[in-house]
Ligand binder design. Sequence first.
Ligand code: VG1
Ligand code: CO
Length: 543
Amino acid sequence: MTTRTIPTKPYGDQKPGTSGLRKKVPVFQQENYAENFIQSVFDSLEGFEGKTLVIGGDGRYYNREVIQKAIAIAAGNGFGGVIVGQGGILSTPAASNLIRKRQAFGGLILSASHNAGGPKEDFGIKYNASNGGPAPEKMTDAIYARSKVIDRYLVADVGDIDIDTIGSVEKAGMTIEVVDPVADYAELMESLFDFAAIRKLFASGFRMSFDAMHAVTGPYGKDILEKRLGAPDGTARNFVPLEDFGGHHPDPNLVHAHELYEDVMAEGGPDFGAASDGDGDRNMIVGHGLFVTPSDSLAVLAANATLAPGYAGGLAGIARSMPTSGAADRVAEKLGIGMYETPTGWKFFGNLLDAGMATLCGEESFGTGSNHVREKDGLWAVLFWLNVIAARGQSVKEIVTDHWATYGRNYYSRHDYEEVESERANALMSELRGKLASLPGSSVNGMKVVSADDFAYHDPVDGSVSEQQGVRVLFEGGSRVVFRLSGTGTSGATLRVYIERYEPDTSKHDIPTQAALAELIAAAEELAGIRVHTGREKPTVIT
Ligand code: VG1
Ligand code: CO
């Protein structure tokens, strides 16, 4: 074997955020930067000798280079095999599935998700464990600690690996297997949903538009929607993955997937629109005449879950991130099943899913998923909706308004203030934290505060505690505002303000969202002094 030990110097900034290490491409291109992080991951693991590692990414700029590095370092460290998606492509949920299906030791997912790609834009690396899920905090803390003292990495001379041809080769004592990135995932989807019913739906003239945003779900969407489900050619748009996503943000929301939204809303537009993000774990759902908030989507899917063959036996429980609206809570209550509230980030759902306590999980940030993998899953959510539409024979709008009539409506919106100077954002948060104790009982913009705290999560499975996960202020009647700083940005700080109001009265279910939340939006300003602290008159992005 030809393993070499290469001396290196630590970088101090390799702390994984909400979902792995994300930095600008030029940061990753510094000498040994990616190598250091990958070796820090391996140095924090035990018992992988001879085992298999899954490697794949969302196809963004620098993906191929880092895949070559990862293969050589895996070989140098004694992995027995790597499974690589053809062309270096694996969507995040497909990678999670492969880890589980092939009983791999873990996986490296190369992605910065919904962040822009290209030579000056973002790149990312994330480690997923043998359950297929993102490394828990304990592990990411260990990786960060190691990265601060690392002084060498191990590499085997495997040469330049052909990752474009499906098949297997032996190099430096390691098996390198290049696989079709779509096949196993598509098979999993077929096992969960009623493909025959969805095929019938398309055959009956039902029309949808799926926007892959020039990111990783292009090939998945084409194969599953058009080939397997018989949707007309052209159903998937922007389906060729590009290294820079065509210069856009592959972020499926009302701002970045605006064109799709307009098309579906237009007179004579398709019945159904959906989009996914850079790495394929997010989803946006739009019905003709109605945009479905991700929080509502989780609730509707939970209420209708038994219509899909994969969930016909019912749900064990539902989990949502703390800032996600309480719409799903009402469904859990009615079903008499467990409801869990976790910090932001999919890694916190892993234990609940592994323990069989939750079946469906969701985040307000366009993330929905289940126990079929250990990541959120964009296309899965789209197929779930198609299954529900086919089974109920109703439009998205009918299904959602029906849901509101039964459970009430949780008006919900998120206001993001992007690229704020870190110091100013931190000052806002610490000022808020400082006044939490005095808030209960007081009035803000005429509304009475019931409770106010900084969310701390006590994991019911392993007992671990995660503190400072977001400031939440709860008002009489169940309305609330939540403040937290993003853990995925790569420049400055992003302040996220989450606003929610519950409306039980059916006659008040068609107010425009921002108007329905106006009083709370003003209360958020009064509470946190957003304008003064950020120097911004209005949010950068409203979803
Ligand atoms: C954001 C979202 C969070 C999501 C995370 C990763 O994190 O708010 O819900 O899990 O992105 O999603 P933050 O810390 O910026 O708020 V993805 O699609 O980037 O893997
Ligand atoms: Co993503």
